[in-house]
Design a protein around this ligand. Structure first.
Ligand code: AMP
Ligand code: MG
Length: 402
């Protein structure tokens, strides 16, 4: 059986071969996508010296405490006004400042009397105060945003300021999900007797959405070889990059997925990895007319399929897009023991101690691979390596954020 690292290498190798074409989308549609071009400033930012406050623009001289108001400028309505050391212009935030002025006195620091404005008390200023200088943020033609950056809302203003009404981004992968099992009913029905709701279908679709990839819901199918074959074949005929199935990949009598995909011409790259949970995973590549589709046959246990997706699919897709890994080292707040030589992924709850800036991680309740309540409380997976059989309280462990 392959180790985690061997299995992961095989998957990583295939995922890194996926061709990420570039598409151009409207600025708003670029949210959460990965930028596929370097964006340069097509203007200076700020474009002109402007006021950071509502106040009075003056040519500052520390000896002068009173000025004659000689005009006013509002944002977007500049007019050139002659100013000397004894005069001031009422100016609003963001307005271009008169060329003779170098300092803005905030409205809160002055009083007005007829056409004069004077300091309250004897406040001292430095020349240049409250002026936002032309090009102090970014200079015309300077690199503003680097290719590979995730477009978050806080980046939108800079892209907009650079005139990007259209943005080049990498395309999103289309990932289909098909659940298998005679026991499955859809989540809006009440499960009778020995039926269960097809929860994995929704978990996997949610994981795909969280990655900002495009989920395709293929629903669920009974444990019949022919039915499964028809559904997988039809999914493989769709324009998807990856197909995830859940259930039916173990050694049970009705676990047909591996056999079926093999019959459909999928090249099985491996079956089973030396991990817990999620050991029965099967991974293959379907190639037609030079185009490849990757197939992950994930086990049916809710925690197993979740963990498999995170460690094998999510983290490699993130790598493909150049996104950061979500791993941190944390101090383990309990002991852990195991007797096998598998790599375990233990559901944990990680916290950051703000004083020490260190992470600590404790175990959440049940570690059963069927327990959704336990999984719902976890915010990380603790890695418990193959060769170790004990982890002591206080040991540093690697945690994969989920
Ligand atoms: P299997 O991998 O098909 O042997 O299924 C292992 C366990 O996962 C069984 O208890 C199944 O009932 C359960 N299971 C299978 N598919 C799903 C699903 N889509 N949602 C929730 N549980 C499932
Ligand atoms: Mg099954």
């Amino acid at each position: 059986m392959l180790s985690y690292a061997e299995a992961n290498n095989i998957i990583a190798n295939e995922i890194m071969k996926i061709n990420l074409e570039i598409e151009e989308v409207d600025l708003l549609d670029s949210l959460n996508r990965i930028l596929a071009e370097d964006v340069y400033a097509d203007v200076n930012l700020p474009q002109f010296d402007n006021s950071a406050v509502d106040g009075y623009a003056v040519k500052y001289n520390s000896e002068i405490l009173k000025w004659k108001i000689v005009g006013e400028i509002t944002a977007g309505n500049y007019n050139e006004i002659d100013v000397d050391e004894n005069s001031a212009v009422l100016i609003m935030t963001g307005s271009k400042i008169p060329s003779a002025c170098n300092t803005i006195i905030p409205i809160e620091d002055v009083t007005t009397e007829d056409e004069f404005v004077k300091f309250i008390g004897n406040t001292k200023y430095k020349p240049g105060q409250n002026v936002r200088k032309k090009a102090e943020d970014i200079i015309l033609n300077e690199l503003a945003v680097q290719r590979g950056t995730r477009i978050l809302p806080q980046l939108i203003s800079l892209l907009a300021a650079c005139g990007k009404n259209k943005v080049k981004v990498f395309r999103q992968l289309k990932i289909g999900v098909l659940a298998t099992g005679d026991e499955l009913v859809d989540i809006h029905t009440s499960p009778k007797e020995d039926k269960i709701r097809a929860t994995n279908l929704y978990t996997l679709l949610a994981l795909i959405k969280q990655l900002y990839m495009i989920p395709v819901n293929y629903g669920f199918v009974k444990d019949g070889k022919d039915e499964i074959k028809i559904r997988i074949e039809s999914a493989l005929n769709d324009k998807i990059d990856i197909l995830l199935t859940t259930g039916g990949v173990s050694v049970g009598k009705f676990d047909y997925v591996k056999e079926v995909i093999q019959e459909l011409g999928v090249e099985i790259k491996f079956w089973k990895a030396n991990i817990k949970p999620g050991k029965p995973i099967v991974f293959g590549v379907f190639e037609r007319e030079g185009k490849k589709k990757l197939i992950f046959g994930l086990p049916g246990n809710p925690v197993s399929s979740f963990v498999n997706f995170i460690i094998f699919a999510r983290d490699n897709i993130k790598k493909l897009y150049g996104m950061d890994e979500q791993k941190v080292k944390a101090r383990l707040m309990s002991e852990l023991h195991k007797k096998d030589n598998k790599r375990h992924f233990i559901r944990g709850s990680i916290q950051k101690d703000n004083a020490s800036n260190q992470y600590s991680v404790s175990l959440i309740g049940s570690q059963s691979s069927g327990n959704m309540v336990g999984m719902s409380k976890a915010n990380c997976l603790i890695t418990f390596e193959e060769e170790k059989d004990n982890l002591a309280h206080g040991d540093f462990v690697e945690c994969i954020m989920i």
